[in-house]
Design a protein around this ligand. Sequence first.
Ligand SMILES: Nc1ncnc2c1ncn2[C@@H]1O[C@H](COP(=O)(O)OP(=O)(O)OP(=O)(O)O)[C@@H](O)[C@H]1O
Length: 310
Amino acid sequence: MIEAKNLTKRYGDKVAVQDLSFTVQPGRVTGFLGPNGAGKSTTMRLLLGLDRPDGGDATIAGRHYPDLPRPLSVVGALLEARAVHTGRSAYNHLLCLAQTQGIGPARVQEVIDLVGLREVARKRAGGFSLGMGQRLGIAAALLGDPSVLILDEPVNGLDPEGILWIRNLMKYLAAEGRTVFVSSHLMNEMAVTAEHLIVIGRGRLIADCSTEEFIERSAEQQVVVRSPDAERLAAVLDEEGGKTTVDGDGALLVSNLEAPRIGELAAAGGFVLHELTPRRGSLEEAFMELTRDSVEYGTASAPHAEGDPR
Ligand SMILES: Nc1ncnc2c1ncn2[C@@H]1O[C@H](COP(=O)(O)OP(=O)(O)OP(=O)(O)O)[C@@H](O)[C@H]1O
């Protein structure tokens, strides 16, 4: 388990993290989201003892990071992707790391296989692509078979196959009972990977809830309705409290009324329906909605794509 209690970190006048409290539970993937500059990396650095908080407390498995006797066996971390500037082979890079913690070569080979680097393990890691570098970073994080994983943007630089691989790996590690805490900018990816979310903006907590609840709470739910008599039907629905807009290809997008109610109103009015589809909001929409006031470098009015119904 990871615990942050009233964490605060300032850089000069800049408050990067402010009075932030949350816990990350084992057994599920927890996504860590926030707009650019929200304080995600700073929080992860504080958790890992790489920076000292100005206030509050951060513990992993009940202890401060520097007090962990063999840290790699408790927590594995991947911080923001950087190319590995090493003349060593991937194998030797991991072996050196392993030796500092009394981990044997058999485990090195195991993690190399686990992350799919077997064929390039003897090649110079400095020449690795960003995606291969990420895999190597993940191998290093897994070296001590830790119960807690902290991953900052792990899918950065991975191709679709790599993204799928890491999604499944994170879910697998969580299903084994580990604590998996992962930040990402890819909302669609988080929506299918993380069961729980911690969302911050300007260093403060915005949400700490299940991914499903987050979307339900924040994204507008709509129903897509198609009818040959769309215009008259829209008038009826609006009269009953619905908010109806027409999208580019003539479908009605109805909010404020649930699909069953729309079906009943259509039947009562004798309207033919060709479609009646509840459309769940996306994590991206929910995120934009909830973090709108917390965007550090936002534009005053972001241009919408053409055909965008908003
Ligand atoms: N070493 C530092 N010195 C000064 N300011 C810093 C430092 N590290 C971070 N900051 C500032 O603190 C704030 C939080 O930064 P942080 O990198 O933690 O955000 P983030 O959520 O990880 O952002 P991103 O998604 O862009 O990586 C930002 O305004 C950033 O400019």
